[in-house]
Design a protein around this ligand. Structure first.
Ligand SMILES: *Cc1c(COP(=O)(O)O)cnc(C)c1O
Length: 345
């Protein structure tokens, strides 16, 4: 095999969901947008539904339609981007629950699908999606007298527990929703970790399920192993790869490994990432190219057949730090070329 192997540990995924679920009193949903954070929404969704998840969130209606086909009729699928123009048939046929973000979306929904369930997204300060306080005041009575299933808002700074924005948004959410009888939701992964005040009736974790920060106790879900195509001896003073950016300082053994920036190992990782072999770090040397990277295996006791990028030795956030990004982006950048294997669940 010449492509990398992406192994997805569905037992770890379910165990992360259970751990987050155990921290709250209310319902714990699951966010599976962007193809389940790159790990496969259908497989991830089925494993979580078997574990007891009854409500899923996706970004757009198309993702919701695919998820419905994978999961069948017995779960609720909520769409963060709401009821967009042109989506009415899909929302109706696929039994999706749009989170209405504007008065226009709410009107479109109530006119086109009057009995059909929907939710409301409120803006409590992030200024990305949702109704502002005065808009909500003007439509709350109508919305809440219809088939409104939940009212949500989203925290901008939940990964920074001491950020004053968290409490500010919490207070705004109370101001906008206290007294309503529809279930309320404010917390994603970060919000769950902020504590019970932030939990309300249901929580919406995403990244923590997939082993990412800010859920520091998460088990790794994605394991990425790359086959070594070739190992060569490089003399002191010779260079490796495009641009000659790495020069051997000693006689070296260089492994050429089958993955590159087309597979989500960003070029910014050139000459700075770490790969692993049986618990030992192996420095990536030279430029990352489209399909290949090169690593210095001189210090390994034997010649490796493969090197690991993600898994027990390196979390998605450890790799993200090396690339100057976040675990979310590492996961959702994993390319389509890997062989994918699912275990457990
Ligand atoms: C992505 C998203 C989530 C999940 O966030 P995580 O940080 O991955 O847990 C929850 N709610 C909304 C509105 C989102 O956009």
């Amino acid at each position: 095999m010449s492509t990398g192997l992406l192994s997805v540990d569905l037992d770890a995924l379910v165990s992360n969901w259970r751990a987050l679920d155990a921290m709250t009193q209310g319902e714990t949903c699951a966010v599976v947008k962007a193809d389940g954070y790159g790990l496969g929404a259908a497989k991830v969704g089925r494993a979580l539904a078997r574990a007891g998840v009854r409500r899923f969130f996706v970004a757009v209606a198309e993702e919701g339609a695919e998820l419905r086909q994978a999961l069948g009729p017995n779960v609720e699928i909520c769409v963060f981007s709401g009821h967009m123009r042109g989506d009415t048939d899909m929302i109706g046929d696929m039994m999706l629950t749009p989170m209405c973000n504007t008065i226009g979306q709410l009107t479109r929904h109530l006119e086109a699908l009057p009995e059909h369930p929907f939710g409301i997204q409120l803006d409590t300060g992030m200024n990305r999606l949702g109704l502002e306080i005065d808009e909500w005041a003007s439509v709350a009575e109508i919305a809440l007298s219809q088939n409104c299933r939940l009212v949500i808002s989203h925290l901008a700074c939940a990964d920074a527990p001491d950020h004053p924005m968290n409490r500010q948004q919490l207070e705004q959410f109370h101001l906008m929703t206290d007294g309503i009888s529809v279930p309320r939701s404010l917390a994603a992964t970060g919000g769950i970790l902020l504590g019970p005040e932030y939990h309300f009736d249901l929580t919406r974790p995403g990244v923590g399920l997939y082993g990412g920060m800010p859920f520091a106790d998460a088990r790794p879900v994605a394991h990425l192993d790359l086959p070594v195509v070739q190992i060569r001896d490089v003399a002191e003073g010779e260079t490796v790869g495009y641009g000659n950016v790495w020069t051997a300082q000693r006689p070296s053994k260089i492994a050429t490994v089958a993955a590159g920036y087309a597979d989500g190992l960003q070029r910014v990782l050139s000459d700075r990432a770490t790969l692993w072999h049986a618990g030992q770090p192996v420095p990536l040397v030279g430029r990352v190219s489209m399909d290949l990277i090169t690593a210095d295996v001189t210090d390994l006791p034997d010649l490796p057949g493969s090197l690991s990028v993600l898994g027990a030795d390196q979390t998605v956030d450890a790799l993200a730090d090396q690339a100057g990004t976040i675990g979310y982006e590492i996961l959702t950048s994993l390319g389509p070329r890997y062989a994918r294997r699912y275990s457990g669940g």
